[in-house]
Design a protein around this ligand. Structure first.
Ligand code: KG4
Ligand code: ZN
Length: 333
């Protein structure tokens, strides 16, 4: 049985989690604390890197204490420390990873660096003893990635976005519509009272067997519509935009599943909180006879529990990192 303390600080959430697990067993999340900086960044319409790293540095100590107290664990009983090493904002990644390395150094316990994307990718399977073979779709603010997952640690990239990530497109369109940051949840709310067929927005790169995504044409189409049609109803634009994103996400994921002959689909990342996204996947996977596993709401947006889960699996596979390892803002999966 090992106790893992994980830190996540790649963007605008500072998070600390404590997990207990053993090889081949179900991992238990004993604490998962998050300090969101959304309010601090909202007045700037997006994440300001310097504000983010300073805020991580101010919140971290309190969050570690809070997590230990929630878990009822003393610092001396932590067996492994881990942190997100990338991708993300360099100065933000440095705060969390340096803190975890310092705790590892002082306690003489091992350190495990975690890829943030691996955290998202495995997050739908946190309550299982094993990550099954599946196609994983990560839809977050920074990434839109389709991966073939053979097992934990064994991945092949099938598709990714050529320009904006799905969540980024939600946020940019939200900004165009005058909605507060982040735009994703605001667009979902507005769309409830709109007509999703009011505008026929483009579904890009849907030809052939293309598995890459592109959302910038869709974003531009929304902008032109707003410029041309001054009477356009915000709710109709939101609903039509959302429908276009949902259709592309579902269609490409099913294409990928057929290509690699998988039987399970895993969905993770902030955009997977969207009920229309969830419903569309539920309906289509049901029709295609596929098993669908969507990450629990609490681990869809950035959190340290998913980092701890991916870290524990890495640790159990014997993958420990040196304290001289660097962060990588462009770390790939
Ligand atoms: O996973 P996450 O915290 O970000 C990254 O790791 O990049 O997800 C944040 C993203 C934001 O772009 C936000 O607008 C989007 O997830 N999001 C949503 C919803 N809730 C969050 N997008 C659409 N509908 C939602 N309900
Ligand atoms: Zn993320």
């Amino acid at each position: 049985m090992s106790i893992f303390l994980a830190i996540e600080s790649s963007c605008d959430e500072t998070a600390v989690a404590i997990l207990r697990g053993e090889p081949g067993g179900v991992s238990e999340v004993l604490a998962s604390e998050i300090a969101s900086q959304i309010e601090e960044h909202r007045e700037h319409g997006g994440v300001v890197p310097e504000l983010a790293s300073r805020s991580h540095s101010l919140s971290l100590n309190g969050l570690v204490e809070q997590a230990l107290s929630t878990a009822g664990i003393a610092m001396a009983n932590i067996d492994v420390f881990g942190a997100t090493m990338g991708p993300g904002l360099a100065s933000s990644l440095l705060v969390g990873s340096t803190a975890a390395k310092a705790m590892s150094c002082v306690s003489g316990k091992p350190f495990v660096g975690v890829n943030h994307l691996e955290g998202h990718l495995l997050s739908p399977f946190m309550d299982r003893t094993e990550v099954p073979r599946h196609v994983g779709l990560i839809v977050s603010g920074g990434h839109t990635l389709l991966m073939e997952v053979n097992s934990a640690g064994n991945y092949t990239r099938l598709g990714s976005t050529r320009d904006d990530a799905a969540g980024e497109a939600f946020d940019k369109v939200g900004k165009m519509l005058g909605l507060p940051y982040p735009g994703g949840p605001e667009i979902e709310k507005a769309a409830r009272n709109g007509n999703s067929r009011a505008y026929d927005f483009p579904r890009s790169m849907m030809q052939g067997g293309e598995l890459d995504f592109s959302f910038s044409g869709l974003k531009t189409a929304v902008l032109y519509t707003l410029q041309k049609d001054r009477q356009a109803k915000l709710e109709d634009i939101a609903a039509s935009f959302q429908a276009a994103v949902v259709e592309v996400l579902v269609d490409k994921t099913i294409r990928a599943v057929k290509l690699v002959r998988a039987e399970t689909v895993g969905i993770s990342g902030g955009v997977s909180l969207n009920q229309q996204v969830r419903n569309a996947f539920i309906e289509r996977c049901d029709k295609e006879g596929l098993e669908l596993v969507i990450a629990e709401g609490s681990v869809c947006t950035d959190n340290a529990a998913m980092i701890g889960f991916a870290g524990l699996l890495k640790y159990f596979a014997g993958k420990i990192d040196g304290l001289d390892g660097d962060i990588d803002p462009n770390l790939k999966l």
